[in-house]
Design a protein around this ligand. Structure first.
Ligand SMILES: [Zn+2]
Length: 473
């Protein structure tokens, strides 16, 4: 009996797909490595809340490891490490491989913008003896989630003389924070009857920034107080706001979540929880077989437009430059197109993790779960796969084989039930160049909320998955 049972369970193991919780069988050493990686990620995240900050910190980390601006190189050879800033809001980095670029490159592509509130071009006003900023939200948010939480201001603003002023207020313990009010429940009868999408309108996402009048001000003393403060500290005047790229983000640091510290709660996991492993997996490369590239793009949350989004030719220019500079400066379009068509990419973006509280929106057999590793998503899209890339079966087989050979756990699924909604990533914009692309990233709870949740073991194994991909595919 015993023998038969063993045989049966072996058969079952091979026949059935199993996706275990990875904390179940993790070794002490792996758990320690996972916890250490999580600490590095949290520290990087806390200083990289905006795309500009992420780019700056990524360039600093890369430069320390010998990466240089591709502009400074006339030719490139195996082992060379280069990067190019995309308008200071996107970044693309490469380590040149031993094989020619014309044989194809391995790409990891994440985005480093996150949902937030941007200042309007003329944001400062006063009302009922308090001063406010007007905002315009960026990306898909539930607007009510942004009320009554501590907010910080991050960004840049340019004065008439062309000088760029960096502003970060609300992150240090001694800094003030900013705030969007909500109605007290005692007077909330009418509000509570509304749909959640109508609790607060976009025009009402106004941020409290002051409440003291400027003595002897000729007009609007509360607004004048704020303008004088900004002028004294940054030299800016009201008209300069039109140049500003000021983002309002949660003033909360990344924190361990749970008695066992299994999870991390933080602002901006989407998609920095994939961008960070995509960056660190590349930074560890020395002389890879194929040329490896990490793309960190901007504007994904609003459709990958603008000159810093994944649809911008600036990312392609970098790939063209890789081909030309590894080929003594010669370039022809057909060779380039064939090189890109021979390339392979993981679109490293997050997906939703199954949440038992909201089980009804997911197909439990086709969804990602927390702590089960990287999620391979053949397609995204909405309403009948509309607008999505779809990875070919051949390519999925290649990825799964590399992951299995390197003991990388993975899971798979869709973004919610068929008619429940949907989403997109940068994969479709890259696939149109002919390369094989599949979405592969970390599952998230409360995606797009001001404070999102991921599992430490998922980001750790995702990092190992990205490394296995660029080194072995
Ligand atoms: Zn997103």
């Amino acid at each position: 009996m015993a023998e038969k049972k063993t045989k049966k369970s072996k058969e079952s193991k091979e026949l059935f797909a199993e996706f275990p919780n990875l904390y179940k069988d993790i070794s002490k050493d792996d758990l320690e490595a996972c916890m250490n990686y999580a600490e590095e990620y949290k520290a990087f995240l806390d200083i990289s809340k905006t795309e500009r900050e992420f780019v700056e910190n990524a360039i600093e980390a890369a430069t320390d490891l010998g990466f240089v601006d591709i502009e400074s190189k006339k030719t490139l050879k195996a082992g060379d490490k280069v990067f190019s800033s995309i308008k200071d809001k996107g970044l693309v980095l490469a380590v040149i491989g031993k094989k020619p670029v014309s044989e194809g490159i391995n790409i990891l592509g994440a985005h480093i913008d996150s949902p937030r509130l941007d200042l309007k071009p003329n944001p400062v006003y006063e009302d009922a003896e308090a001063a406010y900023f007007k905002t315009h939200y960026y990306g898909g948010i539930k607007k009510y989630q942004w009320t009554t939480i501590p907010l910080a201001i991050h960004g840049v603003i340019f004065t008439k003389d062309g000088v760029k002023h960096k502003i970060t207020i609300g992150e240090k313990d001694e800094d003030p924070i900013f705030y969007i009010t909500d109605l007290l429940p005692h007077l909330g009868n009418e509000q509570m009857k509304k749909n959640a999408s109508e609790f607060i309108s976009g025009e009402d996402l106004n941020v409290v920034i002051g409440g003291m009048p400027l003595k002897d001000a000729e007009k609007e003393p509360y607004k004048a107080y704020v303008l004088k403060y900004l002028n004294d500290n940054y030299g800016i005047v009201e008209k300069d706001f039109v140049t500003g790229e000021i983002e309002i983000v949660p003033a909360m640091k990344a924190r361990d979540l749970g008695f066992d510290r299994a999870f991390i709660a933080a602002y901006g996991h989407d998609d920095k929880v994939c961008a960070y492993p995509a960056l660190t997996a590349l930074l560890t490369q020395e002389r890879p077989s194929k040329t490896c590239v990490t793309m960190l793009t901007d504007k994904e949350e609003i459709g990958s437009y603008a000159n810093s989004g994944a649809q911008s030719v600036l990312y392609e220019n970098f790939l063209m430059e890789l081909l030309a500079k590894t080929n003594k400066g010669t370039f022809d379009l057909l060779t380039y197109r064939k090189a890109i068509a021979a390339s392979k990419m993981l679109s490293t973006d997050v997906s939703n993790a199954f949440d038992p509280k909201y089980a009804s929106v997911s197909d439990s057999r086709n969804t990602a779960y927390m702590s089960k590793g990287i999620k391979l998503e053949k397609y995204v899209g909405a309403r009948g796969k509309s607008g999505t890339n779809e990875a070919t079966g051949d390519f999925v087989a290649e990825i799964v084989s590399v992951f299995d050979k390197n003991s990388i756990p993975w899971q798979t699924g869709e973004l919610g039930k068929v008619d429940a909604g949907g989403g997109g990533t940068i994969s479709a914009y890259m696939a149109k160049h002919g390369m094989n692309v599949i979405d592969a990233g970390v599952p998230v709870w409360s995606m797009h909320a001001p404070y999102e949740v991921i599992s430490k073991i998922d980001i750790y194994y995702t990092y190992l998955a990205y490394k296995a991909f660029i080194e072995n595919i």
